[in-house]
Design a protein around this ligand. Structure first.
Ligand SMILES: Cc1ncc(COP(=O)(O)O)c(C=O)c1O
Length: 394
């Protein structure tokens, strides 16, 4: 047995999260794509069957009350809250991340007030955030300025209305300085909006602690909610009265069944709701979140860093020098839960890796992405992935 393989065995033996793997439906594939679509928690199929057969099939309309369908967006928001460091009453679940980016950004600009005419967006952002920021700027009559996250402090000023940033870069896995950047944005009198898609469920976020104003995130990556599971919107408690959503649907009305002509927003985080919630995927997500019972995000972060450190060590040990280049920062404070390797023929290499039972993904033009979900990825998986990568590249 190679030295890394022996070490993997020892690391798995002392891994306090190792038992969690049994709560997922997995086969002998090394699944390193949980940063794109999380694996299926074993509790979900039975719960979805109950929702469909009993709650919908038998109780039908009664389920809006009796099965708690009506309050699911805020109830599940409160279940996500501790995972992102938020007290209850500040998160609603629903719609896609893209839609929530629009709500958050337009809401942020409206909060910032008339005198501020510039919107800053992470120049390296996931594309949907950039497209929507451009539209939000047009809708609100502001100018959009793309800025690299590190340059945000220097770009802030009296003109800045809001800033949209990604906590972890989807391509490189770089973790941005949420506490520092949020403080800088707020000090400039602007509103900070964070996209947590690649951090929630993988590392501590500390929304309340760091004074984040608004945040959005998806639930199908590290939160394992399933394909297209609904996203969430966080609005800091002190700002909720001023949150003026660009999508004021009947579900966020103060009196949704009053059927009034004029819109009056509900109090609190409920203002982030729009229309009828997507109950089937929402309740699948609620079941999926049960795997977090008894798990601390700090333990997840510690294991995530150990996994990514170990992967880099194994890649160094096995892969011929110069064949791949790591584009993920080595410093822990700058690393999310993925490793991105630049490689000449990355698309083809990833296809061959998948054929050999190591599933990551490819991002154009030349990046191999490997996501490490501490709840179900072990150290032996990591060693095998690096070994198969080396064989594939040989
Ligand atoms: C950082 C980031 N933001 C936004 C999105 C888009 O989310 P959705 O397609 O659910 O709207 C993604 C999807 O992967 C993402 O990674």
């Amino acid at each position: 047995m190679s030295e890394p393989a022996e070490r993997a065995k020892k690391l798995d033996a002392v891994d306090e999260l190792a038992g969690k793997r049994a709560e997922f439906v997995l086969d002998d594939v090394v699944y390193l794509d949980g940063n794109s679509l999380g694996a299926l928690p074993a509790v979900v199929p039975g719960r979805v069957e109950d929702v469909v057969r009993r709650q919908w099939g038998e109780l039908r309309i009664r389920s809006w009350e009796e099965s708690g369908w009506w309050t699911a967006p805020e109830r599940i928001g409160d279940r996500i809250a501790p995972l992102v460091g938020a007290a209850p009453g500040q998160i609603v679940v629903g719609d896609s991340t893209s839609v929530n980016v629009l709500k958050a950004l337009v809401g942020a600009v409206r909060m910032a007030g008339e005198g501020r005419d510039e919107l800053l967006v992470d120049a390296t952002t996931f594309p949907t955030d950039g497209y929507i920021a451009e539209s939000a700027a047009r809708m609100t009559g502001r100018t959009l300025r793309p800025v690299a996250p590190a340059d945000v402090p220097g770009a802030l000023g009296d003109r800045t209305a809001a800033v949209l940033l990604n906590h972890v870069d989807y391509r490189t896995g770089r973790l941005h300085d949420l506490p520092g950047l949020t403080a800088a944005v707020r000090e400039a009198g602007a509103v900070a909006v964070w996209d947590l898609c690649h951090s929630a469920g993988a590392l501590p976020v500390g929304l309340d602690e760091h004074g984040v104003d608004l945040a959005v995130g998806c639930t199908y990556k590290y939160l394992n909610g399933g394909p297209g599971s609904p996203a969430y919107l966080y609005v800091r408690r002190e700002l909720q009265d001023r949150f003026d959503s660009p999508l004021p649907g009947w579900n966020s009305h103060a009196e949704p069944f009053g059927m009034r002509t004029g819109y009056e927003p509900a109090p609190g985080a409920l203002r982030g709701r729009v229309g009828t919630p997507d109950i089937l995927s929402m309740l699948a997500l609620e079941a999926a979140l049960e795997v977090w019972d008894g798990v601390s995000v700090e333990a997840v972060r510690a294991k995530s860093l150990a996994l990514t450190d170990f992967f880099l060590e194994c890649v160094t040990a096995y892969v011929p020098e110069g064949r791949v280049e790591c584009v993920t920062p080595v410093a822990h404070e700058e690393r999310g839960s993925q490793i991105a390797l630049r490689c000449d023929d990355a698309g083809d290499v990833m296809k061959r890796l998948i054929e050999r039972g190591v599933v990551g993904d490819f991002r154009a033009p030349d990046v191999l992405r490997f996501g490490f979900t501490p709840l179900y990825v072990g150290f032996a998986d990591v060693e095998r992935a690096a070994r198969v990568l080396a064989q594939t590249l040989a």
